[in-house]
Structures are given as structure tokens and as C-alpha cells.
Ligand binder design. Sequence first.
Ligand code: HPA
Ligand code: ZN
Length: 335
Amino acid sequence: MQTFIKNLPKAELHLHIEGTFEPELLFEIAHRNNIPLKYPTVDALKEAYSFDCLQDFLDIYYQGADALLTEQDFYDLTYSYLTKCAEQNVRHTEIMFDPQTHTDRGVQFSTVIHGIYRAVEAAKENLNVSALLIMSYLRHLSEESAFRTLEHSIPYKHMITAVGLDSSEKGNPPSKFQRVFKASIEEGFIPVAHAGEEGGPDYIWEALDVLHIKRIDHGNNCLQDEKLVQEIIKRDIALTVCPLSNTALQVVKDLKDHSLKKMMNLGIQTTINSDDPAYFGGQVNQNYIDTQKALNLTKADIYQLAKNSFKYSFLPEPDKAIHIAELDAYYLANK
Ligand code: HPA
Ligand code: ZN
């Protein structure tokens, strides 16, 4: 089963580039930028990676991101993640980045996007991994700040496919960003949002009806509302589920209690993703492997999850078909 998962062609649809910042690279980049770190060693930093909730994690995650200053830093961070994609047979990835985390520290939007995008182009050429970008607004900041970010992004529109909404969920409902999402859609961006990770079903309803999102990031708490489940199925909106993130942030107590299989049985379209792999103890393949074990997933389940990862990506339809054909051939030969 492990070999089956490792060699399986797949896509990753929920991934924060700042959350791929491995402690070793973080130390290297902080050192070259002369940025002092709160933790004296890589091990001391790793020990701090124990979280009670989303906010606990975000506090450390934003500290780590402070080490990123130059275009080369963003390039190195992104290329390092894309190398791991190639190693895991991730053929395509949709990368979220948080511009405000950087522009609020005085780093230019252009520095961030050029570094990330240059790595995306290099990976396409050298690693046979495709990637597209999701510019995510930080929901703990104001809608006005999100509007400034949208303005910054306009000259780089051709490099960005979608907009997202992340950071502290509770107290920051999707409706707070109604106008900036409307404006983002008018600029041609596809809308997605984190919803129902710590927030309730009402936040997922808002993400659907007020922001008009095309994919739900996490979405765990949809199960509390039967009508919402039926609506998600009817609208054919996929959930980007992140099992190891959910246990690390205590959204789910134990992987055995995870509702992924229940979601699948109900007819909700789900995918498996790593969210912030440097912080949550596993890349995307580890998420598949641990979840398969905990929930007794069959090869048919794993195939369905990988198929969904292509089907619900934002790739053009012909590209999806090529990936799914490769996946089908793999499944047929290995089931
Ligand atoms: N939730 C909200 N914001 C985030 C996350 C998450 O899981 N990861 C990075 N930013
Ligand atoms: Zn996330």
C-alpha cells in the first residue's frame, strides 16, 4: 500500500508556501539575512512545533516567515517544496502564498511574486511538476488591507490564478471580505477560502453564498449541518482536507476519528493535502499513508482521492484529462 501511494500520480490543492519552510532552510536563510531567531538550534525550533489550536500555530508560522527577505529566499523556499513534489509523484500543485505577511514587513509584493514564480517556471522545466498560485488574504487583517493587496497584484495577474482566505478563522467570517472577493472575481481570479476548520457551518455557508468560492479549504465542520452537506454535493464543490494538519492543530483528536471516510461515503468530493508540511509532521504522501492506515482506506478510495485532486484542480480540462489518464493506467496496473 505504501509503495502504491508513493508512486501514485497526484496533485496537491491545499498548501501554504510559508508552511513548507523546513527548520534547516529557515536557519540557513535567517543566517544569510542576519536575522536573529528566538530558538538557538534547529532542534529547539522543532520542539516548539506543538500546538493547541490554529492560533498557536499561526504565531510560530508568522515568526518563521519573517526570515524571508529577498527574491532568492522566496525562490529557494518554493523550489525546495517543488523538489519534494517531484520526489512524491505530485504532478501538479496549487500553492497559496500570503503577500501581507511580507508586505507588512516592508518586503515588496514584486519580490515575493518574482521569487515564487521563477521557481514555478524552473520546476516545470526541470522537475516535470506544474504549479499555479493562489494569493491568500489574511482574514485577521482588514478588508481594506486585502484591497491594497489586490491592487498590488494587478501587474502580476498573469502569474496568479486564484485568491484564497486564510489565517485566524474564529471572529473573522467570510462576509468580512465580500467586497474584495467580488472585486477579485471581476479581475479574473478564482475564489477559494478556508472555512469550517475551527469555524462553524455558518462560515461555510457564507464562503459559498457570499464569496462564491469554487473549493472549500478544510471544511471539516460541514458535517454538523445536513442541509449544508447536501448543498456542497449539489454544487459539486470539493473539500481540500488536511489530515495531519487537523491532528496537529487539534481540530481532530486522533486520525482514527477523522471524518474523511464518512465524507466520502456521504458523497462529498474530498482530496488529501499537507497544508503546512514543515510544521505538521508530514508531506502529502505521509498524509495519504497515515490516513489510509487510520481509516482503513482501500486502494479504490486512494485512487478516488488522487482522481479528485486532478478533477478539482484549476488546470485546463485537457491537462486534467492527461493526468487522469496517467492515473487510470497506474491504477489498472497496480490495483
Ligand atoms: N488555516 C488557516 N490559516 C492558515 C493555515 C490553516 O490551516 N495554514 C496557514 N495559514
Ligand atoms: Zn491551510
